[in-house]
Write a protein of this length. Structure first.
Lengths: 116, 114
């Protein structure tokens, strides 16, 4: 079974600064997908960014980018120019690419605080 | 489009009671999922469905039942509620399995069993 580990329960960043959230995973599969979800206080799960394992190029979505290290099984999220609205729980998630239903395996989350 | 809707938003149950959490999506998605999120934890898959009439167990199915009679609806049934089922429950749906088919989540139902 796949596991996802987020070793930082909480992180803090000043507004306009950059922060990196860590995620590692364990899998024996070669084909899979990785995701970062944001969960604000409203509880709504919002997809931030996604990465295909077979793509070496790191995904980027505006201020959000990932550092995908397949050999190290690491998938960190970098938030640039942090904004107050970025404050939320962030979850790293794994999905197998084996053609079965798109079940997600989540990490335990990192709570991000953004300070003035 | 409303997306994925869940009812109720909050519920308190007594031990041994039963209830059904409702989930409806209006995006004509084939795949639907139920997750639970315990305090300070990530989401764990309870059950999922790949289409009407087809359901399968996820990681933590004990104490729950599901049915999928229509594409739109995927109710989750709790029989004989236990304190261990106190959690936030999320329903999600997706059109397919590829990377571009992201899962859309409902707003969640907070359930307390006392």
């Amino acid at each position: 079974a796949q596991t996802v580990t987020q070793s930082q329960p909480e992180m803090s960043v000043q507004e306009a600064e950059t922060v990196t959230l860590s995620c590692t995973y364990d899998t024996s599969e070669s084909d899979y997908y990785l995701f970062w979800y944001k969960q604000p206080p409203s509880r709504q799960m919002i997809l931030v960014i996604r990465q295909e394992a077979y793509k070496q190029q790191n995904a980027t979505e505006n201020r959000f980018s990932v550092n995908f290290q397949k050999a190290a099984k690491s998938f960190s999220l970098k938030i640039s120019d942090s904004q107050l609205g970025d404050a939320a729980m962030y979850f790293c998630a794994y999905r197998s690419g084996d053609g079965t239903a798109s079940k997600l395996t989540f990490g335990t989350g990192t709570r991000l605080q953004v300070t003035l | 489009n409303a997306g994925v809707t869940q009812t109720p938003k909050f519920r308190i149950l007594k031990i041994g009671q039963s209830m059904t959490l409702q989930c409806t999506q209006d995006m004509n998605h084939n795949y639907m999922y139920w997750y639970r999120q315990d305090p300070g934890m990530g989401l764990k898959l309870i059950y999922y469905s790949v289409g009407a009439g087809i359901t399968d167990k996820g990681e933590v199915p004990n104490g729950y039942n599901v049915s999928r009679s229509t594409t739109e609806d995927f109710p989750l049934r709790l029989e004989l509620a236990a304190p261990s089922q106190t959690s936030v429950y999320f329903c999600a749906s997706s059109y397919g399995q590829g990377l571009t088919y992201e899962q859309y989540f409902g707003p969640g139902t907070r359930l307390t069993v006392t």
